[in-house]
Design a binder for this molecule. Structure first.
Ligand code: GUN
Length: 283
């Protein structure tokens, strides 16, 4: 069973080492990549994610700026902060931690970030670039999944990849990346009729639904590669994936655990996107 597990901690460590080398090369020329993260409010989970992004940015030798704003911050004040960072030459990546308080329009905020500093890849211009197969920023979670599949030697050419979930952050960009890698792609979602009949066709199954244990043995074909994007806080207080790991691992050929799978890859790719932005800015 051990050999079936795709270790996100190990692979993200390799990606971060490569990023660190790239950062060192830029710094040798007197150029330091910088990432700004904005957190609005005091949500403990968001706060923990932001803290982890800050530590990783610094550990890789990059400049980190974290802006913590109160939960009552107005949309205008947040837009002003983004405008300032858009103009700041020391900042190559801007990330606004989601979700935002209800008085703030998330789409308006995402659209205000300069597309060339949008290291989350959420800006509509970057979403369009991805769809068109153009150079741009790709959302970190699907990018991290592609890196995992690549390092594991999973050949996607002509394979049937099934993505369960259609969010702008994971499902839709994931489907595009798999398509560009020559997979045949199906997107399923909460209204999909007879989900198991479709997921059972998957050579590569990506579960990004946000419901603990939703994907069970009956959803998975023998020898499928199963990628679990879920991060659900269970009643036991622990993190659980969208995949019922214990029942699926005997049939899968490879599977990502939760925690220690996709999660660590997301931060690693954020670092990679920030380096890429800085390299472009200094070119
Ligand atoms: N909240 C949860 N995941 C993410 C992410 O990848 N980026 C941002 N900006 N906010 C998030």
């Amino acid at each position: 069973m051990e050999g079936k597990i795709i270790d996100g901690r190990e692979i993200s460590g390799l990606v971060k080492e490569e990023v660190k080398e790239g950062v060192d090369r830029l710094k040798a020329k007197g150029r330091t990549p910088g990432l700004a993260v904005i957190l609005v409010g005091e949500d403990p989970a968001s706060s923990a994610y932001v803290g982890s992004k800050e530590r990783t940015t610094k550990a890789l030798g990059m400049h980190s700026e974290v802006i913590r704003l109160s939960s009552g911050t107005s949309e205008a004040d947040l837009l002003a902060e983004i405008d300032r960072l858009n103009r700041d030459a020391a900042i190559h990546g801007i990330l606004v931690q989601l979700p935002l308080p209800e008085q703030i329009d998330e789409q308006r905020i995402i659209a205000a970030i300069h597309p060339d500093k949008d290291v989350d890849g959420f800006h509509p211009v970057n979403a369009g670039r991805l769809m068109a197969g153009m150079e741009g920023f790709v959302p970190c979670t699907p990018l991290g999944i592609m890196a995992m599949l690549e390092r594991r030697g999973v050949d996607l050419n002509g394979k049937h990849a099934v993505v369960v979930g259609r969010s702008n952050i994971v499902g839709k960009p994931m489907a595009m990346l798999l398509l560009h890698a020559n997979a045949t792609v199906t997107i399923c979602h909460s209204r999909t009729a007879d989900l198991p009949s479709i997921t059972r066709q998957a050579d590569v199954l990506i579960a990004a639904v946000g419901r603990e244990g939703m994907i069970g043995r009956e959803h998975v074909k023998e020898d499928a590669v199963v990628i679990d994007v879920g991060i659900n806080r269970g009643e036991d207080g622990k993190l659980h994936g969208d995949v019922d790991f214990d029942s699926v691992i005997p049939v899968a050929s490879a599977i990502t655990p939760v925690p220690g799978g996709v999660g660590p890859m997301t931060i690693a790719m954020l670092m990679s996107n920030t380096l890429k932005s800085a390299e472009k800015a200094f070119r």
